[in-house]
Design a protein around this ligand. Sequence first.
Ligand code: ADE
Length: 353
Amino acid sequence: MPSRNEALVADFAARLITWQQRHGRHTLPWQGGASGDAYPVWLSEIMLQQTQVETVIPYYQRFLANFPDLITLAAADQDAVLGHWSGLGYYSRARNLHAAARRIVAEHGGQFPRDIEAILALPGIGRSTAAAIAAFAFGERRAILDGNVKRVLARVFGIDGWPGEKAVETRLWSLAEALLPEAEIKAYTQGLMDLGATVCTRGRPGCESCPFTADCLANIQGRQRELPAARPKKDIPEKSTAMLVLMNAGEVLLEKRPNSGIWGGLWSLPEFSGQDDPQIAAYRLGYAATVLAELPSFKHTFTHFRLFIQPWKLQVDTPRMASEPGRIWLSLDDLDGAALPTPVRRILMALRR
Ligand code: ADE
């Protein structure tokens, strides 16, 4: 007789597909496009990597209106692409999307590749995203394993350990592969995403409306809060910086960051060491300026470190120079479409009020 677990593995997909058809999401703007047109699917999967559906929808629609196809995107300026990503955060996604579009034009004649290895080779596309694109755009039978799916599988099958750990992740991938249906891969893949996003949520999961409620090990054992296990706590290093908010006639000076490193390609405030005097820092940039205010300091947390930011507001006294390459003067009224790092946006939005 098959074990309880084997029986669940065997009919997991069929039950999920039935659930998706009745209770899943069917009207998301990236659903129901022409089969084989991978561009909108790819764009939506990249936007959805670190951002929730409700936030993504208006960005997705605006982005598609501006860059309706891959060729248009490849031909666009990086600044225009980053500008339309403005506010979504994690801008490396936009830089990679743009770079990938150019690669597809150069190496695949402008046709999004069907081959999974070719998809995986594109910048910004990992194993799970490649599989989601292959499944949604081309109907390929591929397993996905994003954060939501890890949570669903860890709970239903009672898998202990932090999913970011290699051994746990390997186990989850094998399970994800073993669960794949022979047909209806789109409904199945969407079902996994929908269940994770709408029922098997991180806090307060809706176990009463879950198709696996009677079999889910986390539910049976009351371990929903413990699974999946959290990342082991570690102290993350702290760094500090000071930022110059150089104002002139309602405009602020921004510098373009190099493409590599944090905030790559974005327009940021000039930085200086918190030990230095802000007026001297402005002078080094070529401006005589007067300090108006020490603005409130705050912390910004990255994955690997925490940045303590002290902004200073200064008024430029010298007539300002024309914009040089890599520098712009941006009106505080034009923040919306600018590609700014989140903490810089926060500083400048506060000045606008
Ligand atoms: N999260 C990641 N991809 C998604 C999709 N295609 N639909 C809904 N949520 C998602």
